[in-house]
Ligand binder design. Structure first.
Ligand code: SF4
Length: 445
């Protein structure tokens, strides 16, 4: 049994790939360790869509390469976005790397490691980086890892949009959706393993199925998943506002299993900036969609993402964005200052904004949003909510932790249970009695 450790970096979509890899390794007789220090084989799944992520990946690989010199590690494997973006040059920089795999090549890893063990090629890196065809990887189930309460379901990989600041399409390739039947089986597999909440992820979940022959829509998928008897709830992450249909809005409003919570990255609200970003929607489209959702979906919570300091963003553009955020459409907001990513079209644009001004604009947005989010959470005090219990809190083992339907995993706050007890993986009624910053405190009813 080859002692193996998988180190995962990046977004929930990467987490899904790492869980598929773990499933294949276990099936192939590898022994999985939680920590790399005693592992004979270390596999790191990387993210590389922006320079800070590239640096994090390289630092992690260098740290793990240390286990080849001092520890038990005999084989170092690097997979995912970094090899897909930079190819063999990675191992020329870091010669300790033995095998490299692209974003669609995870299913080849177990066999390639065994082959490498039989005929090692010291100093020569094996490179399996294909132009992304995810059809095989799509069929691989995920090894559901604790806390079992929730999981991510990646409904497609790649992206057909061409936002001018983004390198993801050039790394992950064109959109490739997972067939609806495969997703329904994978969701059933998760629920059988104890998962109560499934978070749908992709680069753009609202484009789901438009690359498949039968053209299933996101609403078709949601209806199929909602029919899984013991599934507690479904959450929509990474929706693109211009593809949010009336049918989708109505389904979210009617289907109790679908959380009244949607993550819709709008990136900006000023039309000249949206156009320069290569976004498909105008400020009018965005407002129309958000107003219709707020009107039709009871108790709706919205999350979004915006970029400030995009090349050419004038004072007027920025104040339009600041005023829009101040209107309080979004309960939760991620804000980032623009990064001129090497290889992206926007990095060549003129009128790049000086960093100090970008930082000032970012702070202004974050301050406005913080008071909106805190006000929205304070309004929860005294309310009864359904909370998915995840288990003992990492903060203190005196408290259980969980999440309401409007708290997405890993990005929003948590709900701490101060009174009452419940099993992990169960959904219970609680009364919210306090909040602190982005977290809530509740007692089980
Ligand atoms: S929708 Fe735009 S930002 Fe998102 S992955 Fe696709 S190209 Fe990148």
């Amino acid at each position: 049994m080859l002692k193996t450790a998988v180190v995962n970096l990046g977004c929930p979509k990467n987490e899904v790939d790492a869980e598929k890899l773990v499933y294949l390794l276990l099936k192939d007789g590898f022994q999985l360790l939680a920590e790399p220090d005693e592992a004979e084989i270390i596999i790191v799944n990387t993210c590389a869509f922006i320079q800070p992520a590239v640096e994090e990946a390289i630092n992690t690989i260098l740290y793990l390469a240390g286990f080849k010199n001092e520890g038990c590690c005999s084989i170092l494997v690097v997979a995912g976005c970094l090899p897909q973006r930079y190819g063999i040059t990675i191992s020329q920089e870091i010669p300790e790397i033995d095998l490299l795999f692209g974003t669609a090549d995870f299913h080849k890893i177990p066999a390639a490691i065994k082959k490498f063990l039989i005929s090692p090629r010291p100093g020569k890196t094996i490179c399996e980086i294909s132009s992304p065809d995810y059809s095989e990887l799509h069929t691989v189930p995920q090894q559901i890892t604790p806390p079992l309460a929730y999981s991510y379901l990646k409904i497609s990989e790649g992206c057909n949009n061409r936002c001018s600041y983004c390198m993801i399409p050039s790394i992950k390739g064109f959109q490739q959706s997972v067939p609806l039947e495969t997703l329904t089986m994978q969701a059933q597999h998760m629920v059988d393993a104890g998962v109560q909440e499934i978070n749908l992820v992709a680069q753009d979940i609202t484009a789901y199925g438009n690359d498949l022959t039968e053209k299933p829509k996101l609403t078709d998928l949601l209806k199929a998943l909602s029919r899984i008897p013991s599934l507690g709830r479904l959450r929509l992450l990474y929706a693109y506002s211009h593809r949010i249909t009336t049918e989708l809005i109505d389904l979210i409003a009617q289907e109790s299993k679908i959380c009244s919570y949607v993550d819709i990255p709008i990136q900006h609200i000023s039309d000249p900036v949206l156009a320069a970003m290569g976004r498909h929607d105008s400020s009018k489209d965005i407002c129309r969609t958000l107003e219709s959702m707020k009107k039709k979906i009871p108790d709706l919570f919205l999350r979004s993402t915006v970029i400030v300091g995009f090349p050419g963003e004038s004072e007027e553009d920025f104040s339009k964005l600041l005023n829009f955020v101040a209107e309080g459409f979004f309960d939760f907001l991620g804000a980032f200052s623009y990064w001129p990513e090497e290889g992206s079209r926007a990095a060549q644009f003129s009128q790049q904004i000086p960093t100090p001004l970008k930082e000032d604009r970012l702070q202004a947005i974050l301050e406005v949003q913080q008071s909106i989010t805190e006000k929205r959470l304070r309004a929860e005090i005294g309310r009864t909510r359904k909370v998915l219990i995840e288990g003992l809190s990492q903060e203190s083992d005196l408290l259980l932790q969980g999440r309401t339907a409007f708290q997405a995993p890993e990005i929003d706050g948590l709900t701490y249970i101060t009174e009452g007890d419940a099993e992990p993986g169960t959904i219970v009624d609680v009364e919210i009695h306090d909040c602190h910053e982005f977290d809530l405190f509740a007692r089980i009813k």
